[in-house]
Design a binder for this molecule. Structure first.
Ligand code: ZN
Length: 291
């Protein structure tokens, strides 16, 4: 089976061919040009599909909340204007005649990790992606749990500090305002007046002031995870996002959880995601293969 798989993000549309063994080849990308709006983006995806021949399935991982049954965008922020309501599956299938699976990006990544990566063999786990914000996905009894309106797993907007910092969702005190990679960078900027990204902050790990900020930030990560562990009692938590390549973070999270969790929950392990940039494309390809 030959699958063409896409990862539609706010800045880039990545795509690749995927064979029956789920090897990705012909990896490529084009700029999203999000300002042109949701419908135009899908038009360009369809043009790419038409430039290939012999494709059996299409897999699409995309930003935004996705009704994966109808294959349409339930809600997207203004990062991609006019994306809400775009019927991706219907448009693609009508114009190409190829069966198409559409899923939200964090959910696609969770499927990628479940089938090929860090969560291989696990039936119950949750995924969190730490970056500008914090994305989440829930995998229960061997499949994605997407909630009543395909929006479950918005872990970034759980309130961990009532009345705290403003958040992009319009609320305040949200987990991602304290525990995302951006929150770490903001803390360094506020306290030390230095403009550093996540990687640069860890390069200064030996600086005691930086180290203190990192340790406080990891406490924020752990606070949110404890709540999620008490709800889901997962065997595994997969932590994604470039920052998680710093092994100190997952080591510390695991150590602190062992000290702080009720005894019956301590079997949980926190591991970094393994599939990197390919997780979304592989997850979407896998979902397409199951159509
Ligand atoms: Zn929020």
């Amino acid at each position: 089976m030959k699958i063409l798989t896409f990862d539609i993000g706010g800045t880039e549309i990545k795509y690749a061919l995927c064979d029956e063994n789920f090897n990705l080849t012909e990896k490529n990308s084009i700029p999203t040009n999000a300002h042109e709006g949701g419908p135009k983006i899908i038009e360009r995806v369809i043009e790419i599909i038409k430039s290939f021949s012999g494709i059996d399935r299409i897999g699409i991982s995309t930003a935004g909340q996705v009704d994966s049954v109808k294959g349409e965008i339930v809600y997207a922020t203004d990062t991609i204007p006019g994306y809400t309501g775009v019927k991706i599956k219907e448009l693609v299938e009508k114009q190409t005649g190829i069966p198409t699976a559409v899923e939200n990006d964090v959910n696609s990544a969770a499927v990628g990790e479940a089938v090929f990566g860090a969560a291989k063999g696990y039936q119950n786990f949750i995924c969190l992606t730490y970056g500008t914000g914090i994305g989440g996905a829930i995998y229960l009894d061997g499949k994605l749990f997407t909630g009543n309106s395909f929006s479950a797993g918005e872990f970034g907007h759980i309130v961990t500090h009532k009345g705290g910092k403003d958040c992009t969702c319009g609320g305040n005190g949200c987990y991602e305002a304290y525990a995302s990679t951006s929150a770490l960078a903001n803390a360094v900027k506020e306290k030390l007046h230095k403009d550093l990204n996540g990687r640069e902050i860890f390069e200064s790990f030996s600086n005691p002031e930086i180290r203190l900020i990192i340790d406080e930030w990891i406490d924020e990560i752990v606070t949110g995870l404890k709540g999620l562990i008490y709800i889901f009692n997962p065997a595994l938590i997969v932590a994604g996002g470039g920052i998680m390549n710093e092994e100190y973070i997952t080591q510390e999270i695991n150590k602190r959880l062992q000290n702080e969790l009720m005894a019956s929950f301590r079997k949980v392990k926190v591991v970094k995601a393994l599939m990197g940039n390919d997780a979304n494309k592989l997850g979407a390809a896998y979902l397409a293969s199951q159509l």
